[in-house]
Design a binder for this molecule. Structure first.
Ligand SMILES: *Cc1c(COP(=O)(O)O)cnc(C)c1O
Length: 423
């Protein structure tokens, strides 16, 4: 349930994190939501209509600055393009991070178009097709190799086109990031090479004369537990130091993953990134000699862009059924699958959501906010308290900056695509 308690007290104050407004946004004197200093109405007319994703560069910049301040100065920051590849946003982020991580040939094209230098792009992902491998080798990006078969295929493509292969090994670690929203390491996985098979693969990289680029270890995602993140980082350092002994050269780069989560729901707390940074700094100072000249990379998607986005959708119908009020909007899970609770969640909970023009008004009624798709899965807010909203009013769903449009089944049911703006 969304309470609207003292949101009005925040009018005119800067930078107060309130989860009811997605943590970063404010209201004007009239109680209307402001994103980048503009009301939802102004943003919608600027963009030409609803549904609309608004990405606030000030929030994104503040996140990057906070990460830079908290992490050891030697640690590089990469952005994982899959979190949000919207071209203006990607170009904006690319100017502020040290590299981009992509997971398809399509994302590779987007990353190159963003202006990022090719050697600062790395390409991970299971099932890279020959065309994608060739495009990556030609562009000169680092390939994070995910299997023995992929190594042989990639090496033979490099040979055919007369290029050197820049190869890192993606390791499937023998541990996972405990408490992650999505687990991507530990046990049988399609991602990476099981740690016990990595030494023989490293020898093969040497035989093939590839340009060894180091290791990539990604153990999980959407994690809010500092201790679990620190533990995974410590385990990652120990693992790569051990594996490095079988490598043709000390690893130039270790991409240690990330997994930094965001609070989406009441009771969840923002990550203490200072504590992560301090502990990481200590572990790096005590790192074994074989990693002495290694560059360390954190790759983050959601943490950088997730809370800088707001999804604006308009109420097209208001109806009562079985004693409950339904606000039916022109948006839905075809744009914002995650907010409907159908993207990597077990128990559905409401993303923070407000009546945009009355974000600070007292809640007066219990409603269900749903999308326009003809499926019971299409729920944006269940049984939540809002000020009265009528047909034509705008609803704002927060936490829409990551895994929104491109993580949603846009073609499902044939409704129009959303608009997007970066402000
Ligand atoms: C998805 C993914 C990321 C980004 O994860 P976030 O939780 O958005 O930070 C980073 N690296 C890899 C390999 C991924 O698959």
């Amino acid at each position: 349930m969304i309470r609207t308690g003292n949101v009005e007290e925040m009018a005119g104050q800067g930078g107060i994190a309130d989860p009811r407004l997605g943590g970063h946004f404010r209201v004007n004197a009239g109680g209307a939501l402001l994103v980048g200093g503009r009301t939802a109405d102004e943003l919608v007319s600027q963009a030409g209509g609803t549904p609309l994703f608004v990405y606030d560069r000030a929030v994104i910049d503040a996140k990057i600055a906070a990460l830079r301040a908290a992490m050891p100065g030697s640690v590089e920051l990469h952005y994982a393009v899959k979190a949000n590849p919207y071209a203006p946003l990607l170009a904006h982020v690319a100017r502020q991070v040290d590299g981009l991580d992509v997971a398809s040939g399509g994302e590779l094209g987007e990353a190159l178009a963003s202006g990022m230098d090719a050697p600062r792009i790395s390409f991970a992902g299971p099932g890279k097709r020959d065309e994608e491998l060739e495009a990556a080798i030609r562009a000169g990006v680092t390939l994070n190799i995910e299997s023995e078969g992929e190594l042989e295929r990639t090496a033979s493509i490099a040979r055919q086109i007369g290029r050197t292969l820049a190869a890192a090994v993606r390791v499937n670690p023998p541990f996972d990031l405990k408490g992650s929203g999505m687990r991507m390491g530990g046990g049988a996985k399609p991602f990476g090479v099981d740690a016990d098979r990595v030494p023989s693969m490293l020898r093969r990289i040497g035989e093939l004369g590839a340009d060894f680029q180091g290791f990539h270890v990604f153990a999980g995602s959407q994690n809010l537990n500092v201790d679990a993140i620190v533990e995974a980082q410590t385990q990652t350092l120990a693992l790569v130091a051990d594996l490095a002994r079988a490598a043709p050269a000390p690893p130039p780069v270790v991409n240690m993953g990330g997994g930094f989560g965001l609070p989406y729901f009441p009771g969840e707390r923002p990550l203490d990134i200072e504590r992560i940074g301090n502990t990481l700094g200590e572990s790096l100072s005590a790192r074994p000699d074989i990693l002495r000249d290694t560059r360390f990379v954190l790759e983050l998607g959601r943490y950088i862009v997730g809370d800088g986005g707001v999804y604006l959708t308009r109420v097209v119908d208001r109806k009562v059924s079985g004693g409950e009020t339904f606000l039916i909007t022109d948006g839905g899970l075809h744009h914002q699958l995650a907010a409907s609770g159908n993207f990597g969640t077990v128990i559905r909970r409401n993303y923070p959501l407000v009546h945009a023009a009355q974000a600070a008004a007292p809640a007066t009624e219990r409603v269900n906010v749903v999308g326009c798709l003809c499926t019971p899965l299409d729920r944006l807010g269940e049984k939540l308290m809002l000020p009265r909203a009528d047909v034509g009013d705008l609803v704002a769903v927060f936490m829409a900056g990551a895994y929104g449009r491109t993580a949603s089944p846009e073609r499902f049911l044939g409704h129009p695509a959303p608009r997007e703006i970066l402000i």
